[in-house]
Write a protein that binds this ligand. Sequence first.
Ligand code: 5AD
Ligand code: SF4
Length: 453
Amino acid sequence: MNTRNIRPLTDPSKPKVYIETYGCQMNVNDSEVILSILQDAGYVLTEDIEEADIILANTCSIRDNAEQRIWGRIDQFKLQKRKREGVVIGIVGCMAERLKYKLLTAVDLVAGPDSYRSLPMLLEAVAPGKPQINVLLSHEETYAEISPVRLDKNGVSAFISIMRGCNNVCSYCVVPYTRGAERSRDPYTIVAEAETLYANGYKEVTLLGQNVDSYYWKDPNNAGKDVNFPQLLEMVAKISPELRVRFSTSHPKDISDEVIYTMAMYENICKHIHLPVQSGSSIMLEKMRRKYNREWYLERVAKIRSVIPDCGLTTDVIAGFSGETEQDHIDTLTLMEQVVFDSAFMFAYSERPGTLASKKYPDDIPYDLKTSRLNEIIALQGRMSLKSNEKEIGRVLKVLVEGPSKKNPDELCGRASSNKMCVFPSRGEKAGDYCEVEVVSVTSATLICKRID
Ligand code: 5AD
Ligand code: SF4
């Protein structure tokens, strides 16, 4: 059994690392990879910044406000430096990659997403007036054989990165510049990692990639054993019917019928697809370089629902992209009404330096208009979430328990296959148990259920 999946105990003689994670699930998993590398080099994790020898922030660049938040945190980290001599402050991840040397005046260490193996070396070399940097991007790095040190609290659900980087050039997006070219991880290391998690009591794995549908592993021996995403899904699903498999993120241009049929074939592949639409206007989608239009998106949704009628569907929406007219905005609203997503991440467009959009398309929607459109989108999604949840009333669901409900300790909470949050009376079950429940009433965020088992 691989003991590196178990949380480390603090050891007073070893340097202590404190890490904060911002941004996406991929970053959460990257922090777990970083800790594994540092633990192997003799460092230990601390959750208390006051006793840290090394303070790391694993950062996000996706919108300007994500970066502004980090600048604020750097100021606070510096207070620790004043309290304890020799504290090292490091910025790693997407913001490190984007800003590179510009960060070196503010912190001691800067490391991009493909340079985490060099962290022990960089930390060794850091000295007063000698900050260290590695922002090289790689075409091969997938951290394939590294067993992440799990940071999740309940030991039930874990992330597994199956690929890194992104080859799409959505015109608004900074990710291809911060995470580099797309590469797929050896599927056998993915399956081994999922097996270890299951052996350690985990009940759910989420396979992560910027665009999981383009996962493709080329057999290095050319023995005809290439693996695509549906095949990988199947390999992981076969580990045990008790191990749930989720994945994120799907791209509407790439999600294939084969993926949808594979999901339908295995009960333990969760019936939820996160399918970012970004806009309901084909004109905006073209400018965003999404490589699909409104009709294509709606056809993919129709296909998913024809094969998996109760499939959970969630999305991302951007309000106020360059040149967005009132009609484009209305197109987004009508698409949302037509699809009825379970939930959505909704953002105001934030121009990112270096992207195609920043060079070609002016950020010309005034702040107030962007905000009012975003608010309209958020309000509509609230109504759609409620509508989507109301359809669940009377349905029987299998829920994976996450723990006691926050509001009432006599109740449990957990997710249905669709990823919807359920609350129901406890009979003493613990995190990681499965329960059968029936939905009796709903809010826009939660399914309130009774026990039927
Ligand atoms: N401005 C606003 N939102 C963005 N996203 C990506 N880039 C930007 C940007 N420049 C959103 C997209 C994506 C999600 C992860 O973040 O909706 O799907
Ligand atoms: Fe994740 Fe994108 Fe933020 Fe990087 S920029 S941390 S890939 S959300």
